[in-house]
Design a protein around this ligand. Structure first.
Ligand SMILES: Nc1ncnc2c1ncn2[C@@H]1O[C@H](COP(=O)(O)OP(=O)(O)OP(=O)(O)O)[C@@H](O)[C@H]1O
Length: 895
């Protein structure tokens, strides 16, 4: 604790006016000037003894000093920093209590005691409290002493002591004054309220009316200096309006600088604005200023000293400590004490700002890069989406292709070629024809519309055709060259066997195939090579030519077989009958297409291997069928059928007229010619003719009444027991056979065609060949079928016997359609035996046979429904995939 200065200090006229002076309440009397005084004359004024006088003025504790001021000074000089100021109770509504107490004749000091007591017990009703105190006061002569009893339990009781009696206010229970129990005296201690001289303890920080720990007396004060000689905390202050004021620093937990207020007769906490001028505080403030030049606020300094118990070092330390927190921050101070720190901070800030700039740049770069990436990402996503779509489309295509392939594989017959080419449906390209309710309709209605077999696309077929034709041409050219060469050779040799002799041998001798194509090499070419005159000069050239020729033939034959296989071993041709009476209702866009309008007016189109118009000649028709026909010579089972409604030209196509024969006669002729051509093989050509009428098989080449023939099995081959077979050796035989068959054929009249055949006519040819050298046996068959009319029963108006015939025809044709369906779907069971017709045709319609179907239609519009039905039948048959045809060739029996 700093010692109070005893030296005289000059008045500080430069001291600024207190801040709150401007805000002073109305009672303020103007601007006050402090003057620090040194009391010169201790007797100049009587000192109050601290006891209230009758007029309410307090003395200065009997030391001759008194305040000349009124309580109004407080309003003028109270500082906002002085927490102890409470307005002496007036502000808490205790003025009424003070007045009551004053009217009772109590002194100002006593009045203040009442107010203090009320302040200590804010829950009390002031009027009631004062009334109770007055009652007690009347009970005795002694002054009332207000006390607070602090019970060890922590409770506080307001007490009143008068004389030897003590009462306490039972705040906790009855809320009335009660006699103080004696045994409580040892359970707590008393604190006298409002009496600075009687309390066991001094003022506390919380007590708005601080009290000295012990009463001062005159002897305690150095009158000359105004301070106590024994206690340097005692001092004086000359107030501009109140004069000399006695001060004292009370020491409790913390020292409190108080002054003695004559008005109240109490020690009151000294306002900060006063305190800074006291001798005790002044040097401390100076010390703070010297140590901390930037600390210029004296009020802060005094406050800091108070908080530091008037220890300047503590105040400085406190200041510097607070400085770190910035509570007392100011630019000057910072400049003085914290320059280094500030510089460091500035440096830090600069460094951070630099970092911030760098980060900002990086951020901008990253943002820019991110934008680019985002744009690229968007682009990539779009591309990815496109790729996904493409991929999906491809997947769908692949699936579709796989499904098609699987379907094709399933429908492929067991014996079908492994290598297939791109399939193009050669079928009806439009919707199915109108429904046919007639039971005599022979459509293959169970069959699906899709193509089933290895159908070659038309482009490939055309190319192959072109190649074959070119080969034909080159062959013809070659033949000519050979012929010319030989002629030249013969001439140069001086003659020979004559023109054509060599060629005749070469071109006609021993070929096993179609003579048009010269399939085989000449069998007896040594004939001309034996000519001694020519041999020497031509031998080598002839050998070369022979090799070349054979090579050409072989190549052509291979190509032809390939073409045939690719085309399918069942070929379907459509032929429109010629009728001079009506025009042709159908259109022919190409050689393979035919179209017309159905009765509903809708256009329907069909596609076949070839379409023959009404103007087509018999030779053209035969030319198309010839390759299949001739293959029977090579050991194949071949079947040619004509299907169509009555009067559509079936018989004309198959049989024709004597002047212009059809396929049957031409086929026999051709086979006969081929058989005769091939001298290397001994062929036997046999012909049989039967009629299937009402499911009965009739032999037409005999006049015997054999009855119906039975179909029987002989090994794997069918045969008809008792069937008449006629060997054909020359063309005249053919005519005889046909005439006989015609004569025996049953013909029933119908409304539409009086000569219409009501039965199926089958011309069955067998070709058996034995190789002269190898003795190998080959067996081929050609079945030529003129089917009965397929027209509807209702339309023809059949009845009675004719109706029975029609039913039988319907049954057999329906069975034929079912056989085609079975073959098309590669069914495990093909219902050949559903009818006599199909049973007989089984060898020719099996998986390893070759077939050709003519669908004959009428040119007339009136027959268009029937024509469409017929074309649909043919279209379905076109989708049948017969297996790869196989030769019926057996090795020669061992001798
Ligand atoms: N392309 C044609 N050119 C000239 N005349 C033809 C042609 N096609 C058929 N004809 C004639 O039409 C008539 C009927 O023909 P065809 O007998 O061949 O019919 P169909 O279908 O066999 O009848 P059905 O089923 O009753 O036997 C015959 O007189 C025949 O000469």
């Amino acid at each position: 604790m700093g010692s109070g200065s005893s030296k005289q200090a000059k008045p500080d006229n430069s001291m600024p006016e207190p801040k709150e002076a401007k805000k002073a309440p109305p009672r303020r009397r103007g601007r006050a000037q402090f003057e620090e005084v040194q009391l010169q004359d201790p007797n100049a004024a009587p000192r109050s003894n601290g006891q209230p006088t009758a007029n309410g003025r307090a003395t200065n504790n009997g030391r001759g000093y008194t305040s000349a001021t009124t309580p109004a000074y407080q309003n003028a000089y109270e500082q906002y920093r002085d927490p102890s100021y409470d307005g002496y109770g007036e502000q808490q509504g205790y003025s009424n209590a003070r007045d009551m107490w004053q009217r009772a004749g109590n002194s100002v000091q006593q009045q203040q005691r009442v107010v203090n007591a009320l302040t200590s017990h804010p829950g009390q009703d002031p009027d009631e409290f004062v009334a109770m105190a007055l009652q007690l006061q009347e009970m005795g002569d002694d002054d009332i002493v207000f006390e607070t009893f602090h019970h060890k339990s922590g409770k506080e009781y307001t007490c009143i002591r008068q004389g030897g009696r003590r009462f306490y206010l039972d705040n906790w229970n009855t809320h009335e004054w009660q006699a103080f129990p004696n045994h409580w005296n040892n359970q707590g201690h008393f604190k006298t309220d409002g009496d600075p001289l009687s309390g066991p303890s001094g003022p506390s920080n919380d007590d708005p009316s601080p009290r000295p720990s012990r009463p001062l007396d005159v002897g305690d004060v150095d009158v000359a200096s105004g301070l106590s000689s024994e206690d340097d905390r005692a001092g004086m202050l000359k107030h501009p309006t109140r004069g000399i004021i006695l001060t004292y620093i009370f020491e409790e937990k913390r020292n409190i600088h108080c002054f003695f207020d004559d008005e109240s007769g109490m020690w009151v906490k000294l306002p900060v604005s006063w305190e800074q001028h006291t001798d005790f505080t002044k040097p401390l403030v100076k010390r703070l200023r010297d140590n901390i030049p930037s600390w210029k606020d004296k009020y802060d300094m005094v406050a800091a000293l108070r908080q530091s118990n008037y220890d300047a070092d503590d105040a400085i330390t406190t200041y510097l400590t607070i400085d770190d927190t910035g509570v007392m921050d100011s630019p000057d101070r910072l400049a003085g004490f914290n320059t280094k720190i500030m510089k460091e901070k500035d440096n830090k800030i600069s460094s951070l700002e630099e970092k911030m700039k760098k980060l900002q740049k990086n951020y901008e770069k990253i943002t820019s890069h991110a934008k680019k990436l985002h744009a690229e990402n968007t682009k990539m996503k779009a591309e990815l989406e496109k790729l996904r779509e493409s991929s999906s489309a491809l997947e769908v295509e692949v699936k579709t292709a796989n499904m098609k392939m699987a379907a094709m594989q399933q429908e492929r017959p067991k014996t079908a070629k492994t290598v297939r080419m791109a399939a193009t449906p050669v079928s009806a390209t439009n919707e199915a024809p109108e429904a046919d309710p007639s039971p005599n309709s022979h459509k293959i209605d169970e069959a699906p519309a899709e193509p089933a077999g290895p159908i070659i696309d038309e482009e490939t077929l055309r190319k192959l055709d072109t190649t074959a034709k070119n080969l034909d041409k080159s062959q013809v050219t070659l033949k000519k060259e050979v012929k010319q060469n030989f002629e030249v050779q013969l001439l140069s040799c001086g003659g020979g066997r004559g023109q054509g002799g060599v060629l005749g041998v070469m071109m006609e001798g021993g070929g096993t195939g179609d003579s048009r194509y010269g399939e085989d090499a000449p069998a007896s070419d040594n004939d001309f090579l034996s000519d001694e005159t020519c041999r020497h000069s031509t031998n080598q050239e002839l050998d070369d030519l022979k090799i070349l020729y054979k090579k050409e033939c072989l190549q052509r034959r291979l190509l032809y077989n390939q073409l045939q296989e690719l085309r399918g071993n069942i070929r379907v041709f459509c032929r429109v009958r010629y009728d001079s009476r009506v025009g042709c209702y159908h259109q022919f866009p190409t050689e393979q297409d035919i179209s017309c309008s159905n009765p509903a007016g809708k256009k329907v189109s069909f596609q076949f291997d070839r379409v023959f118009t009404p103007e087509s000649k018999q030779t053209e028709v035969f030319e198309e069928a010839l390759p299949i026909i001739t293959s029977c010579v090579d050991g194949y089972n071949v079947c040619i059928m004509a299907y169509g409604q009555t009067g559509s030209g079936k018989t004309y196509t198959m049989m024709g007229t004597k002047e212009d024969p059809g396929v049957n006669v031409r086929a026999i002729r051709e086979l006969l010619r081929i058989c005769n051509e091939r001298e290397q093989i001994n062929y036997t050509l046999k012909v049989a003719m039967i009629e299937v009428y009402n499911e009965h098989i009739q032999d037409l080449l005999t006049e015997e009444q054999k009855g119906a023939l039975d179909v029987k099995m002989k090994g794997k081959r069918l045969y008809l027991a008792g069937l008449t077979e006629v060997v054909v050796q020359e063309e005249e035989d053919i005519t005889k056979i046909m005439d006989m068959g015609d004569a025996n054929r049953s013909v029933a009249a119908t409304n539409m065609n009086s000569t219409s055949s009501r039965s199926h006519l089958l011309l069955m040819l067998t070709v058996e060949g034995i190789d002269k050298v190898s003795k190998a046996v080959s067996f081929g068959s050609l079945t030529l079928v003129d089917l009965a009319g397929s027209e509807r029963i209702a339309k023809t108006g059949a009845s009675g016997q004719t109706l029975v015939e029609a039913a039988a025809i319907n049954k057999s044709l329906t069975s034929l359609g079912q056989v085609f369906s079975g073959l098309r779907s590669s069914a495990l069971h093909v219902p050949y035996r559903n009818s006599k017709l199909t049973h007989l045709l089984q060898p020719s319609l099996g998986g390893d046979a070759k077939a050709c179907l003519f669908v004959n239609i009428s040119p007339a519009e009136s027959n268009v429904s029937e024509s469409i039905s017929t074309m649909q039948f043919g279209s379905n048959a076109k989708q049948v995939q017969l297996g790869q045809a196989t030769k019926n060739v057996a090795k020669a029996p061992k001798k």
